[in-house]
Design a protein around this ligand. Sequence first.
Ligand code: PLP
Length: 429
Amino acid sequence: MTKDELISKHKQYIFKCVTTYYKDPLVIDHAKNQYIWDLDGRQYLDFLGGIVTISVGHSNDKVTAKIKAQIDRLQHCSTLFITEALVALAEKLAQIAPGKLEKCYFTNSGTEANEVAVLTARMATGNYEILGLRHGYSGHSQLAKSLTGMHTWRKGGVIPYGITSAPGPYCYRCPYTLTYPSCDLHCAKDVENVIQTSTSGQVAGMLCETIQGLGGVVVPPPGYFKIVANIVRNYGGLFIADEVQTGFGRTGKKWFGIEHWEVEPDFLTCAKGLANGVPVGATITRPEIADAYKGLMISTFGGNPVTCAAAKATIDLIEEERLLDNAEEMGTRFRHGLEVLRERYPVVGDVRGMGLMQGMELVKDRTTKEPATDLANQILERTRANGLIVGKGGLFGNVVRMSPPLNVGKADVDQALAALDQSFAEVTA
Ligand SMILES: Cc1ncc(COP(=O)(O)O)c(C=O)c1O
């Protein structure tokens, strides 16, 4: 099929809500390592990675070899049977997860991983109510949408019963108009007021992304999670760290985002980068919590041997190639370059992120902070024209998001920065 045919049939046969980037949608033909190619053979440097999913490069040779070997050995059997691929991955996850988190339930997506965590927290605590955060994103099921803190992702059919959102730790647009550190972490302490005033006073838990990705790469201030996790536990709840975007080295130096804040969560939920692009979801918790799950549960494709082989191969490669260190080193280099762009272009109001998860919030005016949504769209168009793929997010769609594979090198980082520089120069000329 030609590109035009594909675009037109996509429009004809796919739900309209499945939006695509760019005025002229990008039809991808193939990808390898840090590059993707469109149908016309144009090459792009991928600084989005699907959406924060390609951990070790597209179609990584080592991961692909393990996937192929597993397909030839056993492709499917469901969780009714035991396989080496499933057990080996679960054991590996128990080794790298913080503290005593050592029991896993596998599903197919981040949405399901969050569903499992919430349901298990309810069963383990005997409480029902769950807290989320404004500007958070938790997935596309009705429960996950209810936990999501942006109206754009909450249209129709949410089931908000038993769900309460707390104001988020969004320092650039502080909901209390305070400034860190003189704010004394008011946003964290206020979670107690939220529980006291908007719940029955007994909660099942709180689910937080350790960095809000779709919300615009919102990084909480130091100390935030320690206070929040304590408060939630004091009111009978469990602390669920959504590591769907931040897991597996994305934030540099550590396996999981929450480890930067020295908090041991009660649950980790994972997906995306865990299997380098093969559909996966995992909920990891302590044995006594996992075993409190009552009744039967099955996931036809959860724990699929091919998925597990891909995930184990991805983790092994991150370890072998010391990619936690590389993500930190390249993240620091990239961040430095983004700060230079902030100095150069007044439309860049804020630069934030950790490791190789970085964002730039674009504003029309640095004083009013009016979101520059159109400009973010123009940046996406220009970066594409300049051979670079980046993403966008934020409640107002004005945050440029970047999350390249963890094994990018200095040349890739510098190329991305040059393409961004050129794109900003073009749209602000
Ligand atoms: C933080 C977070 N949690 C959950 C999800 C849902 O994951 P999935 O799209 O795999 O269902 C996403 C997806 O973007 C996410 O970013």
